[in-house]
Design a protein around this ligand. Structure first.
Ligand code: ATP
Length: 489
């Protein structure tokens, strides 16, 4: 049984993730990626980027600025409705999301086997949320006798809507300053560049624009490590299609994205679709791809058929036409002509994907070592995602083995992320690499001097085999490149 706390501790101890500003006691819901974390995250981002832009002839990437014209957030609906209902406990001064408090109570009912009570409670909560009935939400919290986990009292304030966008001021003089928002999603940077890309790239509908970038949300309830952060990274792709074809494309992206997660090594039984019953006002279909985190199945990626809501809204606010001229012919032989395209969006958090991949890779097993049983921990990462692909380890430093090892390491490192390690016993060095998920360790011994062969040790099986240097390179090329991963999609 994988314990989430062990995974969090492992991430810190082996240089994957550190709490932000740790020497100042940290900053809640903000994290830094360490030397191994950044490699794994970059590999994931590269895999996504290639799966979008390289595998699809009609998808291109952009990198838009985090700061955008403030009216964009009016047009997108974020200023008016990107809110969470919050409630404060007057005794502990702690703030909670009202819906989370109620959901936790429903989970308690479920844990006791009272599914009807749980369902009724959640249905009532959804009704109140949909009606924006904040008073009703407060009454529900009180009638359920929900207490603050810290003060243990039910001394609650009213429920208020709390906007999740961070704002900041630009301009040197206070009177002239303008409020800007840190983008809460990367998608709007794509929408407002739709025509720039379409025209300069001579793109024909259907086509997509992909982007990876930071997004910021003032999440009140920051829980579960990097699952919910205030500063995080999104990988979003907006696919512009002819109106009426959007549901077909929605199905295509559902399947394609699911295959991507499987290709990363996430087992099918730990992935599932969660179809949204209650749709956002702009969507005509929406589904999440959920992963079975140690704390349950939770959203990792959202796929939304967003209609023409965003482009139409930008057209209205900017007073600039956001139309596309389609000269393909319809069944009557007439050009489709001008229209505002519909959009199917795929949106996945790089950090949440990282967490899913890390949780999946974290492996603890007991192995027989002679007549002893030993515990072993390793990261079962896809070789193309592993931070380090190969470690070169001379069995001893003397007799020219260190020099030979260094020469082989130098020969490999321009092509593969390699490391050289000559410290401690060979067993300890293997363990160090297992803990960060390095798929191969290569031992350099006396035979290497004679015939240029090395022993390659495989991380998962711990099996060793003798290969030539050329064979070693072939194994590395065939298994550690992202194209191997993408070809398995
Ligand atoms: P949630 O319901 O968990 O708050 P959401 O439905 O608001 O997520 P979207 O707005 O659809 O999320 O964002 C798309 C993706 O961005 C999510 O599937 C998730 O992977 C990621 N994401 C959203 N919020 C956060 C966050 N605070 N921290 C890390 N990743 C996030």
């Amino acid at each position: 049984m994988k314990e989430f706390k062990d995974i969090v501790a492992h991430a810190k101890e082996y240089g994957f993730i550190f709490p932000s500003s740790e020497i100042y006691d940290g900053l809640q819901a903000v994290y830094d990626y360490g030397q191994n974390g950044v490699e794994l995250k970059n590999n994931l981002k590269q895999a996504w980027w290639k799966a979008m832009n390289q595998l699809h002839d009609n998808i291109v990437g952009i990198d838009s600025a985090i700061f955008m014209h403030p009216t964009i957030w009016k047009a997108s609906g974020h200023i008016d409705s990107f809110n969470d209902p919050m409630i404060d406990n007057k005794d502990s001064k702690k703030r909670y999301r009202a819906d989370n408090l109620i959901e936790d109570r429903a989970s308690e009912y479920e844990a006791k086997g009272d599914f009807t009570k749980s369902e009724t409670l959640l249905a009532e909560m959804n009704r109140l949320l949909e009606a924006s009935d904040l008073k009703g939400l407060q009454e529900l919290i009180i009638s359920e006798n929900i207490t603050c986990p810290v003060s243990k009292t039910a001394n609650w304030t009213e429920v208020r809507q709390f906007n999740l966008m961070f704002s900041t001021q630009v301009g040197s003089v206070a009177e002239d300053s303008t409020t800007l928002y840190l983008r809460p999603e990367t998608a709007q940077g794509i929408f407002v560049n739709f025509l720039n890309v379409q025209k300069t790239g001579r793109m024909k509908v259907p086509f997509g624009i992909a982007q990876i970038g930071k997004a910021f949300r003032n999440e009140i309830v920051a829980r579960q490590f990097i699952f919910r952060m205030r500063e995080f990274e999104q990988m979003e792709m907006q696919y512009f299609v002819r109106p009426g074809t959007e549901l077909q494309w929605y199905e295509y992206w559902k399947t394609t994205r699911f295959r991507f997660h499987k290709a990363l090594g996430l087992p099918e039984e730990d992935l599932k679709f969660h179809v949204h019953e209650k749709l956002a006002h702009y969507a005509n279909a929406a589904v999440d791809i959920e992963y079975r985190f140690p704390f349950g199945f939770k959203e990792m990626e959202g796929i939304h058929s967003r209609t023409d809501f965003d482009l139409k809204s930008h057209q209205e606010y900017s007073k600039k036409k956001q139309q596309y001229f389609d000269n393909d012919l319809d069944e009557n032989g007439k050009a489709y002509g001008n229209y505002v395209p519909f959009v199917v969006e795929t949106s996945v958090g790089a950090d949440r994907l990282f967490l899913a991949v890390l949780c999946n890779a974290f492996t603890q097993e007991s192995v027989q070592d002679g007549d002893q049983v030993k515990d072993r921990t390793y990261l079962n990462l896809h070789p193309a995602l592993a931070p380090v692909k190969v470690a070169i380890c001379p069995i001893v430093k003397k007799d020219g083995l260190a020099e030979l090892g260094t020469r082989i390491y130098k020969e490999l490192k321009s092509e593969f992320m390699a490391t050289y390690d000559e410290k401690d016993s060979i067993g300890k060095r293997y363990t160090r690499q297992d803990l960060i998920g390095t798929p191969y360790c290569v031992a350099i011994d006396y035979q290497t001097i004679e015939d240029q062969t090395v022993t390659i040790r495989h991380r998962n099986s711990t099996q060793q085999e003798r290969v030539t240097l050329e064979e070693l390179k072939t194994i590395l090329r065939e298994t550690t490149s992202l194209s191997t991963l993408l070809n398995s999609m």
